[in-house]
Write a protein that binds this ligand. Structure first.
Ligand SMILES: Cc1cc2nc3c(=O)[nH]c(=O)nc-3n(C[C@H](O)[C@H](O)[C@H](O)COP(=O)(O)O)c2cc1C
Length: 366
């Protein structure tokens, strides 16, 4: 049994717990000769790092990554991958186990405490152990390597970007979408006009000791047609699985997603014309860039819904490990909306799926 590994040809395994000495991952199958330095990985990790605003957990983790294996600096001075396993380590430095005494014997409603105990009969309750989203730092590190693979093989014009498009009940105004705005506010919102409302709303949620959910949209552009395969290797199926594997994600949509049910056949059809460069030109993208499980060359669009953080200060009814009915209040440092820091994680999962499918496509079709 091995359920800590993701991917086929570009494959990574994550390891570690929230309050252990370190977390990390081993990436196997990365082609040789791909430029890779710790700085490149660090850039992505810094976007996911906790404690960067009052709207995320105040746990102070520098999330400094160290490359332990799989790279070599050649005579030209450039550090590149060697084709051997790439091992990445991120030390945990700001653990505070005493915050979690409350959940050592009681189960947080909405969290994984109860299912870990039901399944394994033992769990590391400190910070949620393996169920903690500390694990997502390792995915972001693997995603940074995947981006390097895509840039090296497809070209530098590949972009994988994500944004928060809804906070609690408040959706952004999509007509004001500017990608450059995403990294200029603490919510990763692409709509500068939404920021004031988001601040006011989330301050209220935080001060009330509560939490809220969010919707994140991930868009990949500049990729060729042909990624993904029928029938059990569909790109959309693998993307859905990848996004759904992120902690607290409860729904995934591709393209128009759930809204397609209300469209007519005419409206949903992405009509095709002959493009000036000889390639097909699609007149719309309801399909989210994927038909029959295979990329069309259009932007690949995926959205996911993140539930409200289950660790909240409002007392909730639960049971303890002896089956006694108790109330629980979860202290400690928690994100009032985990959807914010899920934005870079969504980008990473898109990147690993695409890198894996790119290598699989080349393996079969050259
Ligand atoms: C970036 C990120 C940070 C998270 N931080 C917290 C947190 O501080 N407290 C918490 O209770 N859950 C947090 N979660 C969610 C839990 O990890 C998740 O709800 C839990 O593992 C149960 O899994 P499930 O919600 O996928 O069923 C976070 C999720 C993400 C994506």
């Amino acid at each position: 049994m091995s359920h800590n590994t993701f991917g086929h040809l570009f494959r990574f395994t994550t390891w570690g717990e929230s309050h252990g000495p370190a977390i990390g991952c081993v990436i196997d199958g990365c082609p040789p000769g791909i430029p890779l330095t710790a700085d490149v990985i660090q850039r992505d990790l810094d976007r996911r790092r906790p404690g960067q605003s009052r709207f995320t957990t105040q746990r102070r983790e520098p999330d400094t990554v160290e490359i332990l294996s799989g790279v070599f600096t050649g005579s030209n001075g450039q550090q590149v991958t060697t084709g051997t396993p790439i091992s990445l380590e991120i030390r945990n430095v700001d653990q505070r186990s005493k915050d979690y005494g409350e959940i050592a014997h009681s189960y947080r409603p909405g969290h994984a405490d109860i299912t870990y105990d039901l399944k394994y009969g033992i769990r590391d309750h400190r910070g949620g152990g393996r169920s903690s989203a500390r694990e997502t730092a390792s995915r972001v590190a693997a995603g940074a390597v995947a981006r390097q693979v895509l840039a090296s093989i497809v070209g530098p014009d590949v972009t994988i970007r994500a944004a928060l498009v809804q906070l609690g009940p408040h959706a952004i105004d999509r007509s004001r979408w500017v990608w450059d705005v995403v990294d200029q506010n603490p919510f990763f919102s692409p709509d500068g006009g939404s920021v004031g409302l988001f601040e006011e709303f989330l301050d209220g949620v935080r001060k009330a000791g509560s939490s809220c959910g969010a919707v994140v949209e991930v868009v990949a552009e500049g990729l060729p047609a042909g990624l993904g395969a029928p029938v059990y290797g569909k790109l959309d199926a693998d993307l859905a699985s990848a996004m759904m594997s992120i902690n607290a994600v409860k729904a995934v949509e591709i393209g128009d997603g759930m809204a397609v049910a209300a469209l007519s056949g005419e409206d949903n059809a992405d009509e095709i014309r002959a493009g000036a460069d000889g390639n097909p030109e699609f007149l719309s993208n309801h399909a989210g860039g994927i038909l029959g499980g295979i990329s069309t060359g259009q932007p690949i669009v995926c959205r996911f819904a993140v539930k409200p953080t289950s660790s909240i200060l409002t007392p909730r009814r639960t049971i303890d490990s002896d089956g006694r009915e108790v109330d629980i209040v979860t202290k400690g440092r928690h994100d009032p909306c985990v959807g914010i820091r899920a934005v870079p994680v969504g980008e990473a999962m898109m990147a690993v799926v695409l890198a894996d499918h790119l290598l699989r496509h080349r393996g079969q079709c050259g």
